[in-house]
Design a protein around this ligand. Sequence first.
Ligand code: ADP
Ligand code: MG
Length: 726
Amino acid sequence: MRSALFARKDKLIIFADTIPACVENFLDNDVKFVPGVGEARAQLLDRELGIRTVGDLIRHYPFRYIDRTRIYRIAEVTEAAGLSYVQLRARITGVSYAGEGRKRRFTAYAQDASGSAELVWFHGVKWIEKRVETGREYIVFGRPSFYRGELRMAHPELETVERALSRRAESGMQGIYPSTEKLGNVLGAKGLYQIVCNAWALVRGRIADPLPAALRARYGLVPLAEAFADIHFPRSQEALRRAQHRLKFDELLGLQLNIQARRTERLAKSDGFLFSRVGPAFTAFYDEKLPFPLTGAQKRVVREIRQDTVTGFQMNRLLQGDVGSGKTLVALLSMLLAVDNGFQACMMAPTEILARQHYATLCRMLDGIGVRVGILTGASKARERREALEGIASGEIHILVGTHALIEERVQFADLGFVVIDEQHRFGVEQRARLWTKNARPPHILVMTATPIPRTLAMTLYGDLDVSVIDELPPGRRPIRTVRYTDSARLRLFGFMRQQIELGRQVYVVYPLIKESEAMDYKDLTDGYEAISRDFPLPRYVTAICHGKMKPADKEESMRQFKEGEAHILVATSVIEVGVDVPNATVMVIESAERFGLSQLHQLRGRVGRGGEQSYCILMSGEKLSHEARARLDAMCETSDGFRLAELDLKLRGAGDIHGTLQSGVALDLKIANPTADVEVLTRTREAAIELLDADPALARPEHRGLAELRRRYAGGEARDFSKIS
Ligand code: ADP
Ligand code: MG
């Protein structure tokens, strides 16, 4: 049977039994070799879901299971019931055609004792028309939709009652796989399931287990092959639960093996720079220039950083502080410590706007103290660039502020001792690693983020970082009032904006930006801009505009106008999402708020409420919202606690999308584990990783080969050669 299967495609020779049953190589085979896939579908799978290998497919787990023993009566399937997949037992009473040629549509009318439904095919008509027999009873499976209140299913799966009854899965549970609209159109309702079945037929019996038997026994884990089988084709609820546990364990163990190894490596060396004294720059600033007393939390974090920099170890600290909590000042004080001890410091920001703003803030605050600040960004003109490069190489510039441009090869520091990375979630791991290596001896690193990562997740991701938290806002801040409006309230919105502007305040209006359709976003934004210009006919109101497509100089000019109060309204895309600080702005209007993620909404809201005045965040949205979008907007109205929002965000999105939460940040490939929800597994894998590495730091023992492989898989772009650790 197997050889027959393989003979069809010559390349599949690799599946022959002569190949050693090394699971990784085997699962690494191109997914196109799976029966039912082929070249074109393989490309589609890659594009839509990032599935390239057989292993990727096997690790594409169902996100839900439906009970295939449950058969609905048509009358039960209503819009209100909100079912995502249903199974009917219905008789076909007739068929009809509509349209011509490629646009031809085939409809079959189905009926049970309770009501009737339409089954529709827009393609594959030739195939289906031969298989649908009027008068016959079928089991119909698919996604319900409603047309004028009538049940209608597009491209359902049909099976004669006799066949369906004979084929019933053991537990009756069938996996529903994450998919996309495009894939669904090509593969049909159960296409992915079918392909996974085919792939499993190829790989079952060839799954080597990366975990040593002793470890499995100790943590009560089922073998990997069994876990794969039960996650796709559960034999029972209990078997499914055990499978999920095992697969989560592997993912989190892979992560922990990396994290713990890095930590050991860092602490094994004691070549961190010593900032042993508090000198004139720090003192002069603190005594004469500090614009306001530090909050207790700011003081505590500065103290923590001071302590870190006198230990002789390299500091790696993550500073989490909600938007507006005053992280910049902490960064500044830390950089002055470095300067006082004869080192240079640099501060990297994710956007041009933010870098320029930091530069302006630092220049202003450090004026007259004898500390020189430079700037370098991708948009730096020749002269600025030359000054920065020369000044930093000669040591004349003490603090360099910039964007990604800071990590270019050409930037050579005389003596870099301290690196601040602002809004770190926006940088890729690789970029961070490159700053690390600018020196022979690594500088101290402070990464700052306002996208609050729940502690459990921080521990998972950055176990090799120490974490500081600013959990206190500067005094006198009033909570921002957040409300949700639909389009019908637009007049009220304009009235409110006018009222605030009359009070001397400023307003942001933000439009979403989605990569795929920049042209459309741009249209949204310019339309909005025009609408606002029209609806605010009083010439006294000045509107500035700012979006990613503008020239840096124009962007800068808009920001300047707004910052200095010349413009009353700033219409922008989410380029202003992070860091921008204009304390006089009190209103943040977010258009199409449903298109933003929760952490982005929270970031945007953080642009207001920075002064002493009451501030407002107004979320504009359509009338019809998905359940998830509604939950996001409701959460925004209910709380302004960034940590609670972040936890909620993870819950709403589920584990698969942590990726998205951290944006381009960390290449984490978690398919099933959710560090927030799976705290217990997390703790256990941490313990297991520490113990394993204690015994075998390089994971070089033969029985640890699978573990070494696991570690490589979850190295998240920061893959290293661990063989050197001993
Ligand atoms: P974030 O943590 O979001 O980066 P910023 O550093 O931009 O916050 O600070 C937000 C605002 O709060 C700024 O206008 C800053 O000047 C002000 N600020 C910072 N620390 C204090 C403090 N201790 N007391 C009062 N205002 C402060
Ligand atoms: Mg900031």
